[in-house]
Design a protein around this ligand. Structure first.
Ligand code: COA
Length: 355
């Protein structure tokens, strides 16, 4: 059986830097609070009318494709992970195909809606497709334009200060080199906590799940039989059109699930935590990464953190961090690289790669 290798990797972040001080001008927060709780100093925001989740993904993908030494028409499958798609439908996969000018209609396009673990889900799906010989050049991207969907009033401060925009991309190819490439992946989910970190409107739920929203569950739906809008005035007034997060609950789950999935995936690959050369955790919160680092017994130079300058870029955070680590020479040929993510859903996952 074939294995799967990352043949090319790239990332893109918008130029505009938004500091904690900038956010403190529009909401009641401070640089000190944000840094102390999350480690974040600044993040990037895309340029309205010029950039979208898809366009940023295309910039990252162009780098990955070039580094893989292939032509864009060689891409036979696109996997796009995002929680901030350009459109409700169609998904960003086809928009990316168009943006890159890929005319090959043989290429399939798939969207993944798994938030922070989206890139890891995509990696595992791509790995299966490549191992079975179905595809030879899969383009996998994670991209987010959070800045267009956040609540910039004080009401949304616990969520808004965390997130940033950006994109990361990889080209995955088969490899016959034994023991190289993706050694193992693990995927998990628990839908019981779906509303603990969620962006429920616009949605076609009609208030069905309201009982699961601990805060403000009145979505304002009328009794009209037909034609209910996805968004109504009540939602606009109460801010139910923005992401909702129970931060402490998410934090507690994250610090439990990260170590679990890392150890599980290492074991599947026949490895132990002592074998890790580089851990690339999803950049959720620097305090979460530091906790995981201690649990894994890793040195500072064995964990890649960039949340300080990019914030949490959700599906983009793992590929951006991995790309940075590779570009910095911190990931070398033959290294054991461990990727892990946890987020909304809840969904979480891990991957172990021999670089
Ligand atoms: N600036 C200032 N104060 C803020 C604030 C902000 N940006 N956001 C929240 N607060 C306030 C709250 O209103 C609350 O005030 P109160 O005590 O007067 O009610 C207080 O700070 C504590 O709020 P809380 O939400 O309990 O803070 P916290 O210590 O849990 O930190 C997070 C909040 C979001 C930083 C933290 O919970 C976290 O990182 N959770 C994990 C989130 C995560 O990883 N999400 C992505 C998953 S992939």
């Amino acid at each position: 059986m074939l294995g799967t290798k990352i043949a090319g990797i790239g990332y893109y972040v918008p130029e505009k830097v938004v500091t904690n001080h900038d956010l403190a001008k529009v909401m009641d927060t401070t640089d000190e609070w944000v840094q102390e709780r999350t480690g974040i100093v600044e993040r990037r925001y895309g340029k309205k009318h010029e950039e979208t989740t898809t366009s940023m993904a295309a910039r990252a993908a162009e780098v990955a494709i070039e580094r893989a030494g292939i032509n864009k028409e060689d891409i036979d499958f696109i996997i796009f992970a995002t929680l901030s798609p350009d459109y409700y439908f169609p998904g960003c996969g086809v928009l990316l195909q168009r943006e890159l000018g890929i005319t090959n209609q043989e290429a399939g396009a798939l969207d993944i809606r798994n938030q922070c673990s989206g890139f890891l889900y995509g990696l595992s799906v791509a790995d299966q497709f490549i191992r079975t010989g179905m595809y030879k050049n899969i383009l996998l991207v994670g991209s987010e334009m959070h800045s267009m969907g956040l609540d910039f009033s004080t009401r949304g401060r616990n969520v808004t200060v965390i997130f940033g925009d950006g994109a990361g991309a990889v080209v995955l190819q088969p490899t016959e080199e034994k023991g190289k490439g993706i050694l193992a992946t693990s995927l998990h989910s628990d839908g019981n906590y779906a509303e603990k970190l969620a962006f429920v409107n616009p949605g076609a739920h009609g208030g069905y799940h309201a009982k699961y929203m601990e805060e403000d569950p009145d979505f304002g739906y009328s009794d009209a039989e037909f034609g209910e809008m996805f968004i109504n005035e009540h939602m606009l007034e109460t801010g139910q059109i923005f992401p909702h997060m129970e931060g402490q609950f998410v934090f507690k789950m994250a610090v439990q699930k990260f170590p679990e999935v890392i150890l599980e995936t290492l074991a599947k690959a026949g490895l132990k935590k002592e074998d890790i050369d580089m851990l690339i955790p999803h950049q959720a919160n620097l305090r979460i990464s530091q906790f995981v680092q201690r649990r894994m017994g890793l040195r500072d130079d064995q964990v890649w953190n960039n949340i300080q300058k990019f914030g949490n870029t959700t599906a983009a955070s793992v590929p951006i961090a991995l790309c940075e680590a590779v570009e910095a020479g911190a990931v070398k040929d033959g290294d054991i690289v461990c990727l892990a993510a946890f987020g909304s859903g809840f969904t979480w996952g891990g991957a172990v790669i021999r670089w």
